[in-house]
Design a protein around this ligand. Structure first.
Ligand code: IVH
Length: 705
């Protein structure tokens, strides 16, 4: 690139970063994600390293944050409120350590404290003689905004420190008064203490808040960070008080004391302990390490455990424990050399919502799907995301053409959090759900009390595709090679009108349905593909009854109920003839499932399918393979909740059933054990309230040992 192009890009970067700083810090309404912002800053720094002579005071690298907004009094901070340099990964963190080692050889023996980097709003709290007198935002690091009135409403901010001693004094005159300056166990307070911490909304509280807003038909918030910032930086303290804000502190900005004691803590570890003793909320996730390797290893280990933290954390902070040493290292721009922010890979990014596609499920449910401008989130290119349902789109007012915030975290399917309303051009139209099924054109229906819209046309080709997909799946008839593309073609050509037609397919039918791509990419020649498929179809005729019941796709009848049903009703004739009472005598079959089974067998179309299956010789009898294996878990019933580290959902089921146990979906008094993993759902509470034993993965293995 030519220098002039470089220069242009540099000016552009400065302008962009200044703009986004303003959106984030002054307006509390960012229009790009933190990750995208960080990327711009990384690029700016690269240019500035290559051309140090270009750096002027207007560069965003020369200050932290942005100017305070006009509505609050400005406050000059007693010391600059610094920012942190970022490390993206272990290599970066090691590079930081190498750099500081070169500056001071004491680093080789230094200890480190690792703390979570809370994604909230940085505040500066002033205490005079132990009384909270002023609280400010960080602003640009020099000048902040006086938000004392709002901060007073935050319950976890101590209005008087030390907290315990004050309480002892108030409680009773008869209690011995603890004199701070004479009592060794009570921490003392300097004349002036200015601390810094992070105000945030815990994730659970945020979810509750949004749920309440949703129930009242009000607009919900996008994420905890912006909500926390918005709640503090508005002029009505009553509004702040109504928000579930809380605090964690991590730094002493100023310490002034006329007497020798107490002494200012000179290690980060002691500092945290001291502030905790005074009554400040301090993280209990901080750890101290004797060397950088273990500090980095601990830090990196939090990346996939971040959801265990009760708040949103965008990384961990690695700090040199010795505060004198850290101070002596000085800073680069506004970033102290004595600490580094180890950022977790981003999970939220913004991208354009190109359109909303509607898919039809097996039961006819219409599901909206976001078509996105492809975007990378934590190493994966995301093109589609779920929009949950039509109510969600309406409630968040998500419009095609919007820039949207998309989240991809862990195993969860990427989803659209909401639109960045401020980036609308004005041309975006509110989304109207379809009135007709996008696959068959028939009118769609909505049932009282349900969120979903349905296509109720039993002959809808899209439903048929999903039905066939389910019928041939591994847990059902297990017909290998009948992929979705072939199924679609067969349905389109009229060869498959229902699931039973699979058994009358000829070699020619299959050859005709192979796409050009199948012919090219498959290793076998087309004739061989057709033969293999026919053989798989043929083998499936001998599948046991429980699998065929699963394959029918009756609402609420999964593998477990299908196996139970096949034991009670050893043929489809008997199952079809069963009454509601007889059905409900089967373990795990309640009135709803019984109703669904009756409904399924009463439909003319389904009866025809059954006839066709019978004629095709797909009519297994007897409990056959469905009888449970005998083992150490025989007679025990299990329910699983949360994520297990050593098992997928299917595998844990296989494991339990393989050892003779049963797995059911919901906890009842008959449940022997609840196997609980990470992030357990409401089943855990239910088990606890019913007194059902709760065990972990290792205890489950022990039961089988
Ligand atoms: S230390 C000189 N510790 O992250 C001290 N910062 O990206 C610099 N933050 O502006 C800050 N948790 O608002 C520190 N445990 C923690 C933190 C933390 C969150 C925020 C803070 C800072 C930003 C830097």
């Amino acid at each position: 690139m030519e220098t002039s192009t470089h220069r242009k890009r540099y000016e552009d970067l400065k302008q962009q970063i200044n703009f986004h700083n303003h959106r984030y810090h002054v307006m509390d309404a960012p229009v790009i994600s933190d990750a995208e912002y960080d990327q711009l800053v990384v690029e700016l720094r690269q240019v500035e390293t290559a051309h140090p002579d270009w750096v002027m005071p207007d560069s965003p690298s020369q200050r932290a944050g942005a100017e305070p907004s006009e509505k609050f009094e400005k406050v000059r901070h007693p010391r600059p409120i610094l920012s942190l340099a970022n490390a993206f990964g272990e290599e970066d963190a090691h590079a930081w350590y190498e750099r500081v080692c070169k500056l001071d050889d004491r680093l080789e023996k230094a200890r480190f404290v690792v703390e979570p980097k809370i994604d909230g709003l940085s505040v500066v709290l002033h205490y005079r003689d132990g009384i909270f007198v002023q609280g400010a935002t960080r602003g640009d690091g020099e000048l902040g905004e006086d938000i004392t009135a709002n901060l007073r409403t935050v319950q976890t901010i101590p209005l008087k420190i030390p907290l315990n001693m004050g309480m002892d004094k108030q409680r009773s005159d008869k209690l011995p008064v603890l004199e701070p300056k004479s009592h060794p166990n009570v921490r003392m307070v300097p004349d002036v203490l200015v601390v810094r911490g992070e105000i945030f909304i815990p994730v659970k509280e945020f979810d509750k808040l949004n749920k309440r807003l949703e129930e009242n038909g009000e607009k919900t918030y996008l994420n905890p960070r912006n909500t926390a910032a918005g709640s503090l930086r508005q002029l009505d303290p009553a509004m702040t008080a109504s928000r579930p804000l809380t605090l964690l502190v991590y730094q002493i900005v100023l310490w002034e004391n006329k007497t020798q004691f107490p002494r200012e803590p000179r290690s980060q570890w002691q500092l945290l302990e001291y502030l905790r003793d005074l009554g400040f909320p301090v993280t209990d996730t901080a750890r101290r390490f004797d060397d950088i390797e273990s500090a980095i290893a601990y830090t990196a280990g939090w990346d996939n455990r971040r959801d265990e933290l009760p708040y949103e954390a965008d990384g961990m902070v690695i700090k040199i424990d010795d505060l004198n040493l850290a101070d002596e290292l000085g800073f680069v721009g506004k970033d102290p050399r004595g600490a580094i922010a180890f950022k977790f890979p981003a999970r939220e990014v913004t991208t354009k919502l190109l359109g909303i596609e509607v898919e039809v499920g097996r039961t006819g449910v219409l599901t909206p799907k976001a078509i996105l401008e492809p975007v990378e989130i934590n190493g994966v290119i995301v093109r589609n995301a779920t929009l949950h349902n039509f109510d969600y789109i309406a409630e968040k007012d998500i419009r095609p053409g919007d820039r949207v915030l998309v989240k991809r975290a862990g195993e969860v399917i990427p989803y659209v959090i909401g639109p960045v309303v401020d980036l609308r051009s004005g041309a975006e139209k509110q989304y109207v759900p379809p009135h007709t099924c996008p696959a068959c054109g028939q009118p769609v229906e909505h049932f009282e009390g349900e969120v979903a819209w349905y296509c109720v046309n039993a002959a809808c080709p899209a439903q048929l595709v999903r039905n066939v997909e389910h019928f041939v799946s591994r847990a059902a008839m297990d017909i290998n090679g009948l992929g979705i593309k072939i199924v679609e073609k067969l349905i389109e050509a009229g060869m498959v009108k229902d699931i039973a037609d699979i058994y009358t397919l000829s070699r020619e039918d299959i050859l005709g349905a192979l796409t050009k791509k199948d012919r090219k990419t498959e290793s076998a020649p087309p004739g061989k593909i057709a033969e293999n498929l026919l053989a798989a179809i043929n083998t499936s005729r001998r599948q046991p009854l429980n699998r065929l019941i699963t394959a029918l796709g009756i609402h609420g009848v999964g593998e477990v109920s299908a196996a139970d049903l096949s034991r009670h009703f050893p043929s489809l004739d008997l199952l079809a003839a069963a009454s509601a009472d007889q059905l409900q005598s089967v373990d795990g079959v309640g009135p709803n499932i019984a109703e669904a089974i009756l409904d399924w067998f009463s439909r003319e179309r389904n009866r025809k399918v059954l006839e066709k299956l019978k004629t095709a010789g797909v009519w297994p009898k007897g409990a056959a393979v469905a009888s449970p294996s005998v083992g150490p878990l025989s007679g025990l019933t299990f329910v699983v909740t949360g994520t297990l580290s050593g098992f997928s959902r299917d595998k844990v089921k296989e494991f339990i059933e393989g050892h003779g146990g049963r797995v059911t979906d919901s906890v009842s008094r008959n449940t022997s054990y609840l196997v609980s993993g990470d992030a357990p759902g409401s089943k855990l509470q239910k088990a606890q309230s019913l007194g059902v034993k709760v065990i972990g993965e290792s205890e489950l293995r022990k039961l089988c040992a």
